[in-house]
Every structure is written in C-alpha cells, then in structure tokens.
Design a protein around this ligand. Structure first.
Ligand SMILES: [Zn+2]
Ligand SMILES: [Zn+2]
Ligand SMILES: [Zn+2]
Ligand SMILES: [Zn+2]
Length: 483
C-alpha cells in the first residue's frame, strides 16, 4: 500500500491520540482528486437493486438479471463477466437459499458474505490481489471491539452464525466474522449518487484511513461504486487529509454525540475546539438554541448551566424553559408524522404537517436553526414532488442562509442547493428578471466543479443550462436596446 500512497502524493502517519492519519505529501489544489478506489466489498440497497447494475452501480434501463439466482442484475455482459469470479460462489449460495424458500439476506449481511468469499478466492489465487485490494488492509482497520455495546455484539454473533450457514461449505471463524461486523460498522461508507441519495454500502480500506473533521478539507463522492476523494480547499504538503463522517449541520454537542455513538471517539478539530470560546458558544446556540423573545435582539437562548431557566446569550433576557420544551416536543412529534407521510408517499399530507411544524419552529427557533432548515428542506422536497414550483422556490430561498451557515461555503450540499434554486428560477422564468438567476447558477457551478469535478455529468448539465440562460439574457438585452 505504501508504494501506492507514494505514487499518489500521500503517506500514512500514526498519531497517539487518533491512530493512523492520511497526510498529503505534496500540495493538492481545490478540486484535485486525492484518492480514488474500488471497494473491497460492496452491496446495493434493497431499493437500488432493481434500478442499478450490481457491478458498476450505475442506473440502467437494460438491466439483465442473473438467470441462475435472479438476485442481481447487470447493465451489460462486460459488467457481468467482470463480476462473475466473485458472484459465482455467491450465486450458488443464493440459489440454495431460494430453494429453501428463504428470503434474501439484508445488505449488511450480504456485504460480509461477499467479503468472506473474496478473501477466500484471493487466498487461493482465483481472484487477483493488488497492494490496495487485499484482506490484510481490511484487517488493519480498527474494530473498536471492546467499545462495542453488548447488545450489538449479540446481534453480530447471531448474524455471524447466519453468514456461516450461508457460505457453507466455506469454513468461517465466528469470532473473526463478528469482528468483521464491528469493522464494517465503523469503517464502511454509504455509497451515494451525485445528489447524496444513498444507493448502497462499500468498504474502501484506504479511504477509511482518512480521519474525520467537522471542517473537512476534502469530500467523498462516488462514480458508480468507485469512491473519489477530492480536495475542497488547498491542502498543503504535510497537512492531514480529512473528511466528514457525520451530518455537519448541528451544534458541537450533537456532532460529538453522533461521532461517539458510531465511531467511538471525541473530535478535536478546529470547529470543535472553537466551541469552548464565546464565539463558538454563540454559533452553537444559533444552530440549535431557541429564539430570543426580545424583538430588537437577534440572539439565541440557551439553558443557563445548572439552572432551570434559559438566558439569551446576546441581551441576557431570561426565558421560561417549559414553554420552549412544550413547543419543541410538539414540533418533534409533527416532524415524525410528516416524515412518515413522506415515506408512505402521501405528499399532500406531509406538506400540511410540515407547514404546521414550520409555523411552530419559526416562533421557537433562530432563523439559522438547523431544525427549521430541515423542515423547510422537507417542504422544498414535497412541494417539488407536488409540482408546486413557486412554493418550492420560496422554501429553497429560505434554506440557503442556514445551509451556508451550518455547512461550509465549499460544501457540495451548498452547491447542490444553489443548483436547485437556479433550476427553479429558470423553470419559473424568474432568472431573467434579475441578474441573480445567472449568479445563482454560476455560484453552483463554482462549488460543484470543485466537489464533483468539472467533467462530471452534473456539472456538464449545469454548464449547458448556464449557456442557455446566458443566451436568453443576451437576447433580452438586445431586444430591450432595439425598442
Ligand atoms: Zn454495469
Ligand atoms: Zn447469480
Ligand atoms: Zn469536530
Ligand atoms: Zn436577546
């Protein structure tokens, strides 16, 4: 692996407090690819299985199912052939399961089954190994076995027994398989499409070396199932390459909780360290605190340490905490109902509940609140699916300031939100009324060219839309001049 890293201008160092770190051994400029890697093992989600090829993970209209097991599909014979060495054993196992009238195992279990098969095939030289595609680098990943809760370990033990049953006659060590489940839980990545919608799960042992930061200098995206890590800002030689493991829109407390629960560590990044300062406290309370009732004040209200009452961090006005809690639990309950309605496909109902939630949250939270932002994002999505473009435009506008505040300005999510706004304006014919329509699309292009790469399909689409918008604007100017 070392040689591979040297060739890519990278190296691994070990730091006492956080283990292995991937460090840049040369300068990387924004948009440059730091790493790209095929997974050691990967699997599509249940919903994506009927839409995507099991080898390249791309969507296809001409998917052909494997005639033997009927559990996987491929976009072309070349993909099927490429995958056959690995699928052959799995295929026989799936056929056996279906003959025994057993359901297809869940994705997490199939990922381990595939891993076990690949390991065996590489050991017997049936499948080629490379210096970045071998079981040893999978084994080098931390398990966090001793920190894993008992309940989870019991579940992993049960799943390991299932794996053993499925892969018979291959020999399986139960403790080792249990450790594999632990490794997957804290090292595997969710494979997403260009707009961060999940499509599957993959284990990328080199990408997994990259540590987390709440202010990361790179971003992970996928081309099919290939993982691509791009620098989103200049990374100087000697600097650690970082990615975000968790949702970044949230207070330091929320982010730390998520990191501890799934990855068993406390983050010491600049953003987390800054939380101790007055400015950091202020930022956290704006993202997740309540709104100050003083009309003249733009402050956020948080609970005074060890006190029952709440105080505004800006004007100092005290507030009744019970009222906040009451409204908050109402809003939380409504949000759950709205999400359930979205899941069941009832967009009209979801919209009406989201609207009630937004009304409550507008009185409860600061305008940059992440809770309010999520509700408005929910409204944006249901309004788009209900084809109420004007309402969608309104909510998209409302989310942007909160997006820019809680994610970094270089975040792909901010770029995508600008793109949605630009598309809606263009669709509604608003973009040409004011120059801002072109500006919005330009801003999207600027960010997405870095995060997704300028040759990506998404940026290509965006560029042709911009060309059209610019031409129409020029035409209008000319028409105006001729009058
Ligand atoms: Zn394919
Ligand atoms: Zn098959
Ligand atoms: Zn952090
Ligand atoms: Zn105040």
């Amino acid at each position: 692996m070392e040689q591979y890293l040297v060739d890519h201008g990278l190296k691994v160092t070990v730091v006492d407090t956080k283990g292995r770190c991937l460090v840049a051994d040369r300068d990387f400029s924004p948009g440059e690819i730091v790493l790209d890697q095929e997974p050691y093992s990967s699997v599509l989600d249940a919903e994506s299985k009927s839409l995507r090829c099991d080898a390249c993970f791309r969507c296809s209209e001409n998917l052909q199912r494997c005639s033997a097991c009927k559990s996987v599909s491929y976009c072309c014979t070349s993909c099927q052939r490429k995958e056959w060495k690995l699928h052959k054993s799995e295929c026989q196992m799936m056929v056996k399961l279906s003959q025994a009238k057993q359901k297809l195992p869940p994705p997490s279990l199939r990922l381990i089954v595939r891993l076990v098969i690949k390991r065996r095939l590489q050991a017997s030289n049936v499948f080629p190994r490379t210096n970045v595609d071998n079981f040893e680098i999978v084994e080098a990943l931390p398990t966090h076995f001793s920190e894993t809760g008992e309940e989870r370990l019991v579940l992993y033990a049960q799943m390991s027994n299932l794996v053993k049953a499925i892969v018979t006659p291959l020999e399986v060590d139960l403790k080792e398989t249990c450790e594999l489940f632990c490794r997957i839980a804290c090292n595997a990545h969710t494979i997403c499409d260009d707009e961060f919608r999940p499509v599957g799960t993959g284990l990328y042992p080199v990408v997994s070396i990259i540590n987390h930061s709440c202010a990361p200098n790179s971003v992970l995206l996928f081309d099919g199932r290939r993982a691509i890590v791009r620098a989103i800002q200049k990374i100087d030689r000697g600097t650690e390459v970082t990615l975000s493991y968790v949702e970044l829109a949230g207070s330091t407390k929320t982010r730390q909780k998520a990191l501890k629960e799934q990855y068993y560590f406390s983050c010491h990044c600049t953003r987390c360290m800054n939380a101790e300062t007055t400015e950091g406290t202020r930022e956290d309370s704006i993202l997740e605190g309540y709104k100050c009732s003083n009309e003249q004040c733009d402050g956020a209200v948080i609970q005074e340490r060890d006190q029952p009452y709440f105080r505004c961090i800006l004007c100092g006005l005290t507030h009744d905490g019970d009222k906040f809690k009451r409204l908050e639990s109402m809003a939380t309950k409504l949000t759950e109902e709205a999400n359930a309605a979205v899941k069941s496909g009832n967009d009209a109902r979801a919209r009406s509940i989201f609207e009630q939630t937004e009304a409550i949250q507008t009185t409860l939270y600061h305008r940059y609140s992440v809770h309010l932002m999520r509700t408005r994002d929910g409204l944006l999505k249901v309004c788009m699916s209900l084809k109420d473009w004007n309402a969608a435009l309104k909510y998209c506008h409302l989310t942007l300031p909160a997006y820019e505040r809680s994610y970094s300005m270089k975040s792909p999510l901010v770029g995508l939100q600008y793109y949605t706004l630009g598309k809606l304006q263009w669709f509604l014919g608003d973009s040409l009324e004011e120059i801002s329509g072109v500006e919005v699309l330009n801003r999207a292009k600027e960010i997405l060219s870095i995060t997704h790469g300028s040759s990506s399909k998404l940026v290509q689409e965006l560029s042709s839309m911009l060309l059209e918008v610019n031409m129409e604007a020029a035409y209008r100017v000319q028409k105006g001049l001729m009058k």
